[in-house]
Design a protein around this ligand. Structure first.
Ligand code: ATP
Ligand code: MG
Length: 457
């Protein structure tokens, strides 16, 4: 960051209010260049401007460009209402109820357009109209956050100071109402306004604090940090559907391990994964190790540009619970595979109350878990069938992870790796070999009854 910029930004006081209007950083004193902004976002801003609306790039796009990084997506803030935005873009739709915004789609890219939010305490002419746009529950949580306002009011309604910087493509300047540039400079995550009120309004902001601290490697400012542990349980009240996306953002940003460490420090993991947390608190370090390894592997894959699927991630976070339930069912005499199905069912059913995992992910999760049992049987035709399973690769990676965490012996994955790579005729030999080995181990043993063919679920 340039010295000049430092000087400029340090002029702004620590107050979150904006008594003297914004600090304006002209084009030649910051590094946000139009070349680095998506054409679609620029198009949206341009068209809104042409229709006589104010429109700015805001949020992660400005923050990440100022830090010299590459934004994940681009968000636009405007004084146009969602309906007015909708009318300007054919390729758009209004989404959300609690917080209405417009998604403008350009192929695979989506630009989020948000109408400036205003102060909820401002007097409204009609209280019925107000209830439609603003509502809180008894703990202060905003059930509706659709009161519109001006740009400076909007800045105060955003979560973090570093996320409340606006870029204008009219004058190419950056506007800062809340000391965000200063905090970027000092690498600080700071919530705007009174921390407790802001967390009560929307407890997800607590997750956003740790997410950005981990992602950007920033410190959490002291007042922002202070209420986290006390208010963490408020996360239990967040809709499970919203939580699904939040969890992905926490753990699929390449800094999952660090995010997880912060979540544990402030008690933010327990409200999301209560059953896993109970085991972490009571069980051997192996449970912790599996989650650490899993998140470290996820980070490594993302850094190498390899794909990571939500199913794999959730399979890791819930595996300790499934394993425990499975063992309890085995102890009750339920055979292994049905026991696994029941364990998965119970675990997922409970988990859905906190984080709603869509079927398209929970189905592969069950497969990944079931494969762990099936991997133990290396013999017979089943080995060849297993390799054909569409989640074999994910299941195999999961097996490797369990090995790294010290949960299973290394030979198992070596055998499957070799089997997978072998030609069909070699595979047959390997199966025979494994069969011979396991027969030798099992002898003497009564003759097995022929099994009736069974339908795999
Ligand atoms: P990234 O997209 O890189 O994860 P981002 O900061 O752009 O980071 P988004 O979730 O895209 O995050 O949100 C865009 C902007 O909307 C944020 O920068 C912030 O200004 C505002 N915002 C998002 N969530 C909240 C919230 N819960 N409370 C207040 N403001 C929020
Ligand atoms: Mg964004």
């Amino acid at each position: 960051m340039s010295g000049l910029w430092k000087k400029l930004t340090s002029k702004l006081g620590r107050s979150n209010q904006a008594p003297h209007g914004p600090t304006v950083i002209p084009r030649d004193e910051h590094c946000v260049s139009r070349r680095l902004i998506s054409d679609s976002a620029l198009k949206v801003i341009h068209r809104l401007n042409q229709a006589d609306h104010e429109a700015y790039l805001v949020g992660g796009g400005v923050r990440d460009l100022l830090l010299g990084g590459e934004p994940k997506d681009f968000d636009v803030a405007t004084d146009a209402t969602p309906e007015e935005v909708r009318a300007l873009f054919r390729n758009s739709r209004i989404i959300g109820r609690r917080f209405r915004i417009v998604h403008v789609r350009f192929g695979r890219e989506v630009i989020e357009v948000t109408t400036f939010r205003g102060n909820h305490d401002a007097p409204q002419t009609n209280s019925k109209a107000k209830a439609k746009h603003s509502a809180r529950n008894e703990s202060g949580m905003l059930l509706r956050d659709n009161v519109y306002g001006s740009m400076d009011e909007d800045a105060l309604r955003r979560d973090l100071s570093i996320n409340a910087l606006y870029y204008s493509s009219r004058d190419f300047a950056v506007y800062d109402f809340v000391g965000g540039l200063d905090d970027l400079n000092n690498r600080l995550v700071r919530i705007i306004g009174d921390p407790e009120t802001r967390y009560r309004e929307d407890p997800v902001r607590m997750l956003r604090v740790v997410r950005f601290a981990a992602k950007l490697d920033f410190d959490i400012e002291a007042n922002t940090e202070a209420p986290l542990s006390k208010l963490a349980p408020l996360l239990e009240d967040i809709a499970a559907a919203r939580m699904f996306d939040e969890v992905l953002k926490l753990f699929m940003n390449g800094r999952a391990l660090q995010t997880y460490a912060l979540m544990q420090r402030y008690g933010l993991f327990a409200p999301l994964f209560p059953a896993t947390q109970r085991l972490l608190d009571t069980q051997s370090p192996a449970t912790t190790e599996l989650i650490h390894q899993g998140l470290a592997n996820t980070d490594a894959r993302i850094q190498e540009g390899k794909p990571v699927t939500p199913a794999f991630l959730y399979a890791i976070l819930l595996w300790p619970v499934v394993k425990q339930l499975h063992q309890e069912l085995l102890d009750d005499g339920v055979p292994p595979i049905p026991a696994l199905h029941q364990a998965a069912e119970r675990c997922l059913h409970k988990q859905q109350q906190r984080v709603a995992i869509p079927k398209r992910f929970s189905l592969p999760m069950r497969d990944i878990w079931e494969l762990q049992l099936r991997f133990e049987k290396q013999s017979g035709k089943r080995a060849a069938q297993l390799v054909e399973n569409r989640y074999f690769r994910a299941g195999y990676d999961f097996l490797l992870l369990r090995e790294q965490a010290g949960e299973v012996e290394g030979q198992l994955s070596q055998w499957w790796q070799a089997f997978y790579e072998a030609q069909p005729d070699t595979r047959q030999g390997m199966q025979q070999h494994a069969q011979d080995d396991s027969d030798r181990e099992r002898r003497p043993r009564p003759r097995r009854r022929r099994r009736r063919p069974r339908k795999d679920t």
